[in-house]
Design a protein around this ligand. Structure first.
Ligand SMILES: *Cc1c(COP(=O)(O)O)cnc(C)c1O
Length: 365
């Protein structure tokens, strides 16, 4: 493609899709990220050609040269969003335009070419249409879409690559919480940070996740579910988790979340929570929030609730915080009222069960 933002997709249906009965058996208990649909989208990029060869084809292994730059220097970005069966039988996605824009922002930070936002949206639409039978109908189920792009050029020199592959795969997922929402216990690592000022914290890149895994393992070794990273410069204020943003609920019903200073990923769920809470008349403040303020606020009763948010789990209550200097429990350790109220509101909008005041729901058919 040269000029214009519209790519023509060649559709090559999978000649041997999973049989309906087998698919139904898989969809009965999909879990997260372990089952995949029959198709994928691929689009190639070369510096001299731009974007080309946009295709919907059978999901298959990707042949790759062992010198492909991504395998050495990790030039890779991704996105994550969900497609749903709406209450009225249609198919919807939640704010895919925001994912398209963030994919461009991540590409810019990682010195990668920007996929036109329309091509990103078209790629999702094509995949969801051809694999729509894979969208779970069970309550809480959805089709998780995973667009990603990596440096495919075979070259070991250190510079931005000149060839890339963009791919979208899809994975049916079940309700995140089976048997009721479970609050998590989070670990404050004394050893590891996630992102430094000027670094890649605001880009949705695989490297940020690779970096977080050892901290997550440390959390698990301390009996925790996840890590809340402190800021890298002073190790004083909270940033976010490895894949979720963090909110604190105060005793006057107001919300606090760390500001987007470049070390935090700008979550679409985070922004949606800010907008919904603001519309409900709650004060929402984006400001630095220290671990000391968290601990002292819990002791004084000023801090009532805390939660994490992101596409996969939507909103997850934080029940307990564990640090090398001691633990503290938020409220009674159970899911808070404000947390669960926001969670329900967001899910109802996503599922088409409630009015969509901000036009977030993108209807495919
Ligand atoms: C993807 C991600 C989030 C959540 O973003 P959503 O758009 O809400 O899914 C938060 N933090 C990090 C580091 C992420 O990669």
């Amino acid at each position: 493609m040269s000029g214009g933002d519209k790519l023509d997709f060649e559709i090559r249906p999978n000649p041997a899709p999973v049989a309906a009965a087998e698919r139904a058996a898989l969809l009965a208990n999909p879990g997260f990220g372990r089952i995949f649909t029959d198709h994928m989208v691929t689009i190639r990029y070369a510096e001299e050609k731009g974007w080309y060869d946009a295709r919907v084809e059978a999901r298959a292994a990707i042949p790759m040269d062992p010198a492909a730059a991504v395998l050495h220097y990790a030039q890779e970005i991704f996105e994550g969003l969900k497609a749903y069966h709406a209450a009225d039988g249609g198919v919807t996605m939640f704010r895919p335009e925001a994912n398209a824009a963030r994919f461009v922002a991540s590409a810019n930070r990682m010195a990668m070419p920007a996929l036109p936002e329309q091509a990103f949206l078209d790629s999702l639409r094509h995949l969801v249409e051809i694999d729509r039978e894979w969208i779970p109908t069970a309550d809480g189920g959805s089709l998780y879409l995973r667009p990603f792009m990596f440096a495919s050029e075979a070259f070991l020199g250190v510079r931005p690559a000149k060839e890339f592959l963009y791919v979208v795969i899809a994975s049916p997922v079940g309700a995140y919480f089976t048997g009721g929402v479970q609050p998590v216990t989070v670990w404050i690592s004394p050893n590891y940070t996630r992102a430094a000022p000027g670094g890649t914290g605001a880009a949705k890149c695989g490297g940020n996740y690779a970096n977080s895994l050892v901290a997550k393992a440390e959390a698990v070794a301390h009996g925790c579910d996840d890590v809340v990273f402190l800021d890298a410069a002073e190790r004083r204020t909270i940033d976010e988790m490895s894949g979720m943003n963090v909110f604190i609920v105060l005793d006057d019903g107001s919300l606090v979340t760390p500001p987007l200073t470049g070390t935090i990923l700008a979550g679409i769920t985070r922004e949606s929570v800010l907008m919904l809470a603001g519309r409900d008349g709650r004060t929402v403040t984006e400001r630095p929030f220290s671990l000391d303020e968290w601990r002292d606020g819990v002791a004084s009763g000023r801090v009532r609730e805390a939660f994490a948010c992101g596409t996969a789990a939507v909103i997850t209550p934080i029940g307990r915080v564990r640090t090398p200097d001691g633990d503290f429990t938020i409220g009674d350790g159970g899911p808070g009222e404000v947390t669960m109220g926001l969670r329900q509101q967001l899910i109802d909008i996503q599922r088409g069960r409630a009015e969509d005041p901000f036009g977030w729901v993108h209807r495919l058919r």
